[in-house]
Ligand binder design. Sequence first.
Ligand code: NAD
Length: 356
Amino acid sequence: MRVIVTGGAGFIGSAVCRLLVRDKKCEVLNLDKLTYAADLRTLDSVAGLPNYRFCKEDICDKQAVTKIFEEFKPTAVMHLAAESHVDRSIDGPAAFVETNIVGTFTLLEVARAYFDALPEAEKSAFRFHHISTDEVYGSLGDDGLFTEETAYAPSSPYSASKASSDHLVSAWHHTYGLPVVISNCSNNYGPYQFPEKLIPLMILNALHGKKLPVYGKGLNTRDWLHVEDHAEALFTILTKGKVGQKYNVGGCNEVKNIDVVRAIFETVKALVPEHVARSFEDAVSYVSDRPGHDWRYAIDPSKMQKELDWTPKYSFDTGLRQTVQWYVDNRSWWEPILNNKYNGDRLGEAVSVSND
Ligand code: NAD
C-alpha cells in the first residue's frame, strides 16, 4: 500500500506512521504543515527508512497537495491533519474552520480528481479514510453510549469543525462516489502527546510538584484509548472496513476526570516518590469549568469488534502506567516543548471575544 498520512507529525498521526512504516511495511508519505502541535522527533525511528518520506505542506494548498498526489500516486489517504485542542478552539476558532473544514474540503477535491483519473482496476482498491472524534456526537447524560447511528450534536468550535468535515467526507462519497471510510474515536493518550492535553499536562505538573488544575468539580467523564490501540484500529478500518461506512473506536474505559488525575498522581508518586511529597488533596486545585464542557462521552465499539474483529490491547491501568513511565524517562522530549512552545498555562476560558 502507498499511503498519504496527513498530520503525520502529530500525536496520533506519528503513531500511525510508525505502525505503517515499521510493522505493516507500507510506503508512507507524511504530509504535515508542522504547526505548534507537530514534532518530527516522534518519527526518528522511521525517518531514515526507504519506505518513509516527509513533505512539509498545508492541506489547504490545493496546488501543492495535487502535486504530491500526482508524484506519490497513493492507494490510500489517512486524513488526520487538524487543529485538535478544544480549549484552543474556544480562544481562536478561525484556525479550526480553516484547517478542519476548508482543509478537508481541499483534500477531498484533490482526492476526487486523482481518483477519477485512476484506471478502473486501481479504483476499487483506493480509500479515503477520514479520522474523526466522538465529540461530534455532543454530550451524553449519565447513561447511554454513542453508536454509529447517534445524531450529530457538536458543542465546541473544535467538535463543530470536525462534524462539518465528517459531513463533507460523507457527501463526497454519496455525490461523487469517492470510496471513503470514517472513524470516530474517543479520547487518546500515550507517549508523545503534546502537554496541553489532560493526561500529559497532569503528569508533568505532578513531576514538577505543581498544582493539578481540574475543571469544575472534575466529574465529567471521558472514555480513554491508548494511541497504539487507535493506530491499529485505524489500519484495520483502512484495510477491512466497508466503503461508505462509519466506525466508532473506543476502549470501554470510562473514567471521571478527577479519577484520571488521581490515578496519574498516585502513579507518579509510586514511580518517582522524591518528586511528590504532598497528598492528592493538597495537589489538586479546582478551577473554573470549560465553557460548554460536555458532560460525558462513551463509545459503543461493538461494530468494530463484531465486523472487523478489533479489540484494544491496553487496559487503562496498564496504558496509564506505561505512559507515565514514558514521560518520566523522556524528559529530553518534553522539556524543550515546555520551555519554547507551551508552559502549561490555562487556555480556553472564553473571557474575551476573538477577532481573528
Ligand atoms: P495533533 O494536534 O497532535 O496533530 C495534528 C497534526 O496536524 C500536527 O502535526 C499538525 O502540524 C498537523 N496539521 C495541522 N494543520 C495542518 C494543515 N493545515 N495542513 C497539514 N497539517 C496540518 O492531533 P492528534 O491528537 O494527533 O489528532 C489527530 C486527528 O485525530 C485529528 O483529526 C483529531 O481530530 C482526531 N482525533 C483525536 C483524538 C485525540 O484524543 N487526540 C481523538 C479522536 C480523534
